[in-house]
Design a protein. Structure first.
Length: 174
DNA sequence: TGCGGAAGTG
DNA sequence: CACTTCCGCA
């Protein structure tokens, strides 16, 4: 028996939302998709009960510290039904994000990584308009990202629609 | 601690 | 494709 290992996990409903729907699935392949590691990290980061396990680094926007690597690995392993998961393996997965430009390491600071959130939202979800719906909901949920997304993005996308279209339709090999 | 190659999985 | 597993190297 694999207790607590369902195939797809939607955040338990109730009062508040957890995360916009579009963040859980890739544009193609509707319905069920396995959770991505960066979704999971974001999910933990969002919840107060994991404050002592993983948390945002105040000061540097998008930067987070894994305070308890073993626990994060354990939780990740439980979610993916991979009981043998450990921080060594999890961190390898995080390192693959460097080339994908989703994350990078904050050198010198132990267990500290930083989201390249501006490079994350737009290439992955080009249908999102900066000024509307889903992304606004997202930015309300994670005001921390407003800083990182707005500045580098507006410098690229601010000018006119064609620029925006070009930048946002550029879909690197993600 | 952190890195990245290499092979393997579903 | 997004990891997982394993490992030698620094």
């Amino acid at each position: 028996m694999k207790a607590g290992c369902s195939i797809v996990e939607k955040p338990e409903g109730g009062g508040g939302y957890q995360f916009p729907d579009w963040a859980y699935k890739t544009e193609s392949s509707p319905g069920s998709r396995q959770i991505q590691l960066w979704h999971f990290i974001l999910e933990l980061l969002q919840k107060d009960e994991f404050r002592h396990v993983i948390a945002w680094q105040q000061g540097e926007y998008g930067e987070f510290v894994i305070k308890d690597p073993d626990e994060v690995a354990r939780l990740w392993g439980r979610r993916k039904c991979k009981p043998q998961m450990n921080y060594d393996k999890l961190s390898r997965a995080l390192r693959y994000y460097y080339n994908k430009r989703i994350l990078h390491k904050t050198k010198g600071k132990r267990f500290t990584y930083k989201f390249n959130f501006n490079k994350l939202v737009m290439p992955n979800y080009p249908f999102i308009n900066i000024r509307s719906s889903a992304v606004n909901l997202f930015l309300q949920t994670f005001p921390i990202f407003y800083e990182t997304t707005s500045s580098p993005l507006s410098s690229e996308c601010h000018q006119n629609h064609s620029t925006l279209d070009r930048v946002c339709s550029e879909r690197p090999s993600l």
